[in-house]
Design a protein around this ligand. Structure first.
Ligand SMILES: [Zn+2]
Length: 273
């Protein structure tokens, strides 16, 4: 399927007008990632590569039910600035930029918008941007992710059952992200430099291994707990695990967006009178 059927910015404006008028309308995805260290074995584009790779395939398979914006490439990343190359945008700017992007889409008449996060520290900002869009426009706007190291909710069963590195193996530049890159861009992965490095703490109420929940959220400066910018078991990654996670993610995300667009826009009721 050609890019012009799923890539938001490849449409002409008359084609866009037709997409808005379609019933049911396509869901619009707004991806936001990051440029930051991903160990000595992965490029600093990794979060954006995973997002773009998964969403392109979702766009192709959704056959007109999904329009994907270009990935917003930078996010909240000050805590990675000790590693060369990271681009850090502050909380307020990231929130404003992301919310205004979603609000622009709603102003054209799209009713269902999904912010798709590819970088853990954007998580709270994506939730808030979706809320800003709902409050400003009344459309249905939500935040989700297609990167299981950011939030495994979509694929937790498969991730937990099939990862090989055991507890702590999935966090950042980890078994999961390395495997996804081995599947999507093997030429960009230097597996001879992939390490197991689980420097973040596992306490009774705090746990950074994403498949297990933590009772509180805390993000430290990365150079205080990671020597290479890895948290997890990058050495355990295989292209087979990457292909498996890619396939299950694409299949479920297409299902998710088709469910999402059935959410009705219900009337508000003013109970003051
Ligand atoms: Zn990442």
């Amino acid at each position: 399927m050609s890019e012009t059927t799923w890539r938001y910015d490849r449409l002409t404006w008359p084609e866009m007008r037709a997409a808005i008028a379609r019933d049911p309308q396509p869901v619009v995805a707004v991806p936001i990632g990051a440029v930051e260290d991903h160990g000595a074995h992965l490029p600093i584009s990794t979060d954006n590569d995973i997002l773009a790779g998964v969403l392109a395939e979702c766009g192709r398979r959704a056959a007109g039910d999904l329009l994907v914006l270009p990935t917003i490439p930078f996010g909240l990343d000050e805590h990675h600035m000790d590693f060369p190359g990271t681009i850090a945008i502050d909380i307020e700017t990231t929130l404003a930029y992301l919310a205004q992007t979603a609000i622009s889409i709603a102003r054209h008449g799209f009713t269902h918008i999904l912010i798709v996060n590819g970088h853990g520290s954007n998580h709270a900002i994506c939730d808030l941007a979706a809320r800003k869009c709902v409050l400003a426009t009344g459309v249905i706007c939500a935040a989700t992710t297609v990167n299981a190291a950011v939030d495994p909710s979509l694929v937790a069963d498969v991730l937990n059952a099939e990862r090989k590195g055991g507890p702590g193996s999935v966090g950042h530049a980890c078994e999961y992200e390395t495997a996804m890159m081995l599947h999507l861009h093997p030429e960009l992965v230097q597996m001879d430099k992939a390490r197991r490095d689980i420097g973040q703490l596992k306490l009774k109420y705090f746990n950074w291994d994403h498949p297990e929940p933590s009772a509180y959220a805390w993000q430290d400066w990365w150079s205080r707990f990671s020597a290479e910018g890895v948290c997890g078991d990058a050495a355990a990654a295989t292209p087979e695990f990457g292909r498996r996670m890619f396939e299950v993610t694409v299949e479920r995300f297409v299902e998710l967006l088709r469910e999402f667009r059935t959410i009705p826009i219900r009337e508000r009721v003013d109970h003051h009178t």
